[in-house]
Design a protein around this ligand. Structure first.
Ligand code: ARG
Length: 418
């Protein structure tokens, strides 16, 4: 341990070490939070209640996590399955807002953090904790999202973030883990990628990803098949929406959690959903992330297409600016900001008409819309027809329209060129 002192609080919501008696720890079962579980008991002479939230991260064994927490001395360990709430109260809103930050990040982590922190508040209160501990570093967005949520919802609770302040390097953490009988997974020579995932996507950071000129090593991809290894036959996935929410795949109705999982599986198999992204973090840094977001890629593509079909030219010009603002607020951890709910009211209004079906062809890393249908489409095949004339659309009226529509532009051009 390079530094044995506990940090002095800077912000009002940070805990004074003397006041820390029982801590609700957001526990993943990984190395950082396992070391924290022990370290908090030692350093603060406090009790620890562990909370693990299931947001649909694949391949977790929650009984193993519970066993580990209890073996490390947790007073209680709560495992909460929040997949349904996550899908219907967070991801669904993101779909209605076509939420993509920086042109490529569908916000899966950013959407999950306010829910995880809200549950931490609930369980901290229920278990008589005075403090909440999380495993975020001091360089990322997640600390902003979690602490903003806690400070907003529970001004009486305090926060500690040991990883931000303990100044243990990886080697020291592993040494601490070994010394305290905390199991360390696999070989420790190569640091693992830093992973975060849930049912809306998966991110990898660290190692060579930090070298911007290093093309992705194959071993980073765990969800999406490499496009070059994807099937030689394309597949069309048809997605049905009701009022902006996906409700069926290939005509088969499902609950949103199952639908997102099924959409991810088909899409990932075809190599669709890999994003290699440079991102402007809220805390100033620019970083590179590798994302695997199969479900988000195909569902946002289809939703956007359907929304465009049922909305007017004016709505279609206006909404993307609001979509971008929504994504920015959520990225920045301002989930509880009233502007977000104001925007949701608009998103809901537009999405009342977003009902119909979109077919997307998946093939070796590409997704392309191939069919569209909606009872609300502002589209009339006979009006748009190349072969037919007449009906509601009078082509003879077009020259008059062109004359008036272009009037100001023509006058301005003349003034500049005569
Ligand atoms: N860059 C993304 C974000 O800021 C993903 C962060 C992933 N978090 C993590 N702890 N590895 O939301």
């Amino acid at each position: 341990m390079s530094d044995t002192s506990l940090p002095t609080p800077t912000a009002s919501y940070e805990a004074d070490p003397a006041q820390v008696n029982r801590v609700l720890l957001l526990y993943s079962g990984g190395l950082d939070t396992s070391v924290m579980l022990k370290w908090i008991q030692d350093r603060y002479d406090a009790e620890v209640v562990a909370l693990t939230v299931n947001l649909g991260q694949p391949g977790e064994d929650y009984e193993v996590i519970r066993g580990k927490a209890m073996a490390l001395g947790a007073l209680e360990c709560h495992i909460v399955d929040a997949r349904k709430e996550f899908a219907s109260q967070y991801v669904a809103l993101a779909i209605k807002s076509n939420a993509l930050y920086g042109g490529g990040y569908p916000l899966f982590t950013a959407l999950g953090r306010p829910l995880i922190a809200k549950l931490a508040v609930e369980y901290a209160r229920r278990s008589g904790c005075d403090t909440i501990a999380h495993g975020c570093t001091g360089k990322g967005n997640d600390q902003v999202r979690i602490e903003t949520t806690i400070a907003t919802l529970a001004p009486e609770l305090k926060v500690i973030a040991p990883v931000r302040s303990w100044r243990m390097g990886r080697e020291e953490e592993i040494a601490y883990a070994r010394e305290h009988g905390i199991p360390v997974k696999g070989g420790t020579e190569i640091a693992p990628y830093s992973i975060d995932d849930n049912l809306w996507g998966r991110s990898s950071e660290g190692r060579w990803i930090e070298d911007l000129d290093h093309a992705p090593d194959d071993d980073v991809f765990e969800l999406v098949t490499l496009p070059e290894r994807a099937p030689d036959e394309p597949e069309v996935l048809s997605i049905s929406f009701e009022r902006g929410i996906p409700v069926a795949l290939n005509g088969q109705h499902m609950q949103l959690v199952e639908l997102l999982e099924a959409a991810a599986e088909v899409t990932a198999r075809h190599g669709v959903g890999i994003v290699d992204h440079i991102e402007d973090r809220i805390v100033g840094l620019k970083v590179r992330d590798i994302y695997e977001v199969p479900a988000a890629t195909v569902i946002l593509l289809a939703h956007q297409e359907l929304e465009k079909l049922v909305s007017t030219i004016h709505q279609n010009h206006f909404k993307p600016a609001l979509d971008r603002q929504w994504a920015y607020l959520v990225y920045a951890g301002l989930w509880w900001e009233p502007l977000r709910t104001d925007l949701d009211a608009y998103m809901d209004e537009v999405n009342q008409r977003v009902t119909g079906e979109i077919g997307v062809k998946l093939y070796k890393g590409h997704a392309r819309v191939v069919t569209r249908s909606s009872p609300n489409a502002i589209y009339d095949a006979s009006l748009a027809s190349f072969a037919q004339s007449g009906g509601l659309f009078s082509q003879e009226a077009s020259p008059g329209f062109i004359e008036l529509f272009s009037l100001q532009s023509r006058m301005a051009w003349r003034l500049r060129n005569d």
